[in-house]
Design a protein around this ligand. Structure first.
Ligand code: ATP
Ligand code: MG
Ligand code: FE
Length: 342
């Protein structure tokens, strides 16, 4: 089957056509980073307006590049949540119009299920598996007992990893999004300033990054007050090492406890060179197969939404046309077989 998917949850307008849940025929992405850069972060109203301006062109391009006609699509998938409500709405209105005009099913899709199933576009997933989701808005450990079933065993209690990266980067005067800048700086450092690690309770799979972020900000302020030169790269490396240490330890412990046959790294922070390298080495040593999608599928894109929607297509769980954007959509409730999502 052919699924046309639309993703507009944040600052990327993306449309894809995916065959059989895994063959990407087209996946066009228009990023708004340049627009939001001068504000130091995503401005919701501007994001919505930009989506309106680009969505039609993206749909036309995606269909054209797919080599198929619009009337050959079997279903229309769209990100229902989580995300910015106004941004989500633009994609949802477009998706409903298409589904109605073509008289095909609509599939409201969970954005994080998309980040996880980006892996299915490249690899053969084996269950049970464990997903480490690290993105701009989420940091979660998710157990998948079987295809399409999601159980969150740990999540951040405050900042998401990407959010912490962006805040630290901002304090060091890097432009938005700052994650890649910190990553580069950290990897160039000769030494690291040791920073705290938030392990929380011994058996907890939850995360916390706000204390670490505060420690970085305090170090910056202290240097400023004393008029000392700050070793920015050593600070960046200390921050990155603390983040990676905690993510890696908890992911490996969970993978063992839940008998995961694969560890899936997903979300925009999966682009982090330090994290990829450390996790690759550790997983090899522990004998846990590690899957990481190519960078273009780690950041927001519509092909991953099609991959997740394919699960609902197979189980026949479609969405009614009065579906609404849901900024707080629950991943566990979206599991296949959990029932209707409206
Ligand atoms: P969510 O998926 O939770 O709704 P999002 O879609 O905005 O959030 P993504 O697009 O998955 O998030 O990821 C963007 C985040 O990834 C930003 O915070 C960005 O700084 C971070 N990021 C990108 N590259 C790197 C890197 N090399 N190192 C660290 N962080 C990075
Ligand atoms: Mg984004
Ligand atoms: Fe995302």
């Amino acid at each position: 089957e052919l699924i046309l998917a639309i993703e507009t949850s944040c600052d990327e307008t993306s449309v894809a056509v995916v065959k059989g849940g895994r063959h990407i025929l087209s996946n066009v992405v228009s990023s708004q980073i340049e627009t939001h850069k001068r504000f130091g972060g995503v401005v919701p109203e501007i994001a919505s307006r930009k989506h309106v301006e680009t969505i039609t062109l993206m749909m036309e391009q995606a269909v054209q590049e797919s080599g198929h006609r619009l009337d050959e699509m079997s279903a229309i998938a769209v990100t229902q949540g989580p995300g910015l409500v106004g941004a989500l709405l633009v994609g949802i209105v477009a998706a409903k119009s298409l589904a109605m005009a073509l008289d095909v099913p609509l599939i409201g899709t969970h954005h994080i299920a998309g980040h996880i199933y980006a892996n299915a576009l490249i690899y053969e997933l084996q269950y049970p598996c464990l997903a480490l989701v690290v993105s701009g808005g989420h940091t979660e450990l998710v157990v998948l007992e079987r295809e399409g079933s999601f159980r969150i065993i740990g999540r951040t209690r405050d900042d998401a990893v990407g959010e912490a990266y962006d805040k630290v980067a901002r304090a060091l005067q890097f432009p938005y999004p700052g994650g890649p800048h910190i990553d580069r700086l950290a990897q160039s450092a000769e030494e690291a300033i040791t920073l705290p690690r938030a392990w929380l309770e011994p058996d907890s799979y939850d995360f916390s990054f706000s204390g670490l972020k505060s420690a970085v900000l305090a170090a910056i302020n202290q240097a400023k007050m004393k008029g000392e030169e700050l070793d920015r790269s050593a600070l960046a490396r200390g921050f990155q090492e603390s983040v990676i240490d905690v993510l890696m330890e908890k992911a490996i412990r969970a993978a063992k406890q839940f008998g995961a046959r694969q560890l899936l790294l997903c979300g925009g922070v999966a682009a982090n060179g330090g994290l990829r390298a450390a996790l690759t080495a550790r997983c090899e040593a522990e004998g846990v197969p590690l899957l990481i999608p190519p960078l273009s599928l780690c950041t927001d894109n519509a092909a991953m939404i099609a991959a997740a929607a394919h699960l609902k297509w197979k189980s026949g769980e479609c969405t009614t046309l009065d579906m609404k954007a849901d900024p707080g959509l629950s991943l566990e409730d979206w599991s296949v077989g959990a029932g209707s999502i409206d």
